[in-house]
Ligand binder design. Structure first.
Ligand code: NAD
Length: 307
């Protein structure tokens, strides 16, 4: 499959590297010149549980340099950059191109729908982890899965094809119609751990040091998933609270991406996580006091961070 990945940071590079290694024609597209330059010079250094190697069978381009229309365009920017990134590769989104988002948060389909017709949009969620080590160098340790579906819920052959291509690359993908529940459960998990850590400065395990951390996290999960349940999405709040408790017990020293962004002086993905949930709740006249307060506090932390 010809696959272009726009937003080739930690996740885009991990997926791009594995998809290239399994025989697909991969183009990484990014605006980070140091990263693109390093990959062009020496290939992508990919460190996973399968080894630390250099992947050279892929292209790395800036958006304006990319010309070949892919079969699949995978979007892996942070959600606050999705619209700008898709604008930059608008010339690649021909009528036969499918666009897939595995980004965190809500609102990804709506953003892509400004560039691609609804039947060409795939949506999903992934539990694979990845970090940028430096330009041209990404690592990912542990295991994950991908779940995806057509955004309009219609089961077309291309969805199964993409799922197979990802699985052959070792990314363990399944496609079924229940992906929205997984997306909302991940949003609840992230709304809890990311925003509390971002405003408190605590690592995930430090939330367990006083009862307030776990209580706040549970309140957020309950609030977020109450919105999903009202929308008729079959989420499992008890399972999600158990996942949050196990992260607090096990993710020793882990700084969630929202905390990393605040510490690095960057804006966060809070608008597509807490922000999008609060907006959805507002449309249903549901109040989410804890999630909304955390949203306000992260916005204030961003003001300080980017000053
Ligand atoms: P990242 O910051 O490492 O990568 C994003 C990339 O997008 C960067 O290389 C950046 O230069 C690029 N970019 C920004 N604006 C662009 C533009 N206009 N055109 C082209 N490229 C542009 O982020 P990440 O950690 O890979 O996360 C990507 C998405 O995946 C996020 O939504 C994140 O929440 C989600 N996610 C991340 C992980 C993880 O472990 N890192 C796991 C699951 C989901």
């Amino acid at each position: 499959m010809q696959i272009s990945i726009v937003g080739a940071g930690a996740m885009g590079s991990l997926f791009g590297g594995l998809l290239a290694e399994s025989g697909n024609e991969v183009t990484l597209i990014d605006v980070n010149d140091a990263h693109i330059g390093a990959i062009r010079a020496k290939g992508l250094r990919l460190a996973t549980d399968s080894g630390d190697r250099q992947v050279t069978a892929l292209k790395a381009l800036r958006p304006e340099e990319a010309a070949d229309l892919p079969d699949l365009l995978l979007v892996f920017t942070k959600t606050l950059h999705t619209s700008a990134a898709l604008s930059g590769v608008r010339h690649l989104i021909g009528p036969g191109v499918h666009v897939l988002s595995l980004q965190n948060g809500l609102g990804n389909v709506e953003k892509i729908a400004e560039f691609a017709s609804p039947e060409r949009i795939l949506i999903g969620v992934t539990t694979w982890p990845a970090d940028m080590v430096g330009p041209g160098h990404v690592h990912s340790h542990g295991k994950g899965v991908v779940r995806l579906m057509a955004a309009d819920g219609v089961d077309r052959p291309f969805v199964a094809e993409v799922s197979e291509v990802l699985t052959r690359a070792g990314l363990d993908c399944t496609s079924d119609g229940t992906v929205w529940a997984a997306i909302w459960e991940k949003v609840a998990f992230n709304a809890a751990l990311n925003s509390i850590c971002a405003v408190s400065g605590c690592t995930v395990d430090e939330l367990g040091k006083v009862p307030d951390g776990s209580r706040l996290a549970n309140d957020v999960v309950t609030e977020v998933l109450s919105v999903a349940l009202r929308m008729g999405i079959d989420v499992d709040p008890a399972k999600c609270r158990a996942n949050v408790a196990s992260a607090i017990a096990q993710h020793i020293g882990h700084k969630p991406s929202m905390l990393q962004d605040i510490l690095a002086g960057r804006r966060t993905e809070v608008e597509s996580i807490n922000g999008a949930v609060v907006a959805a709740a507002g449309r249903l006249s549901i109040k989410l006091p804890v999630t909304e307060t955390l949203l306000s506090l992260v916005r204030l932390a961003e003001v300080r961070a980017i000053a």
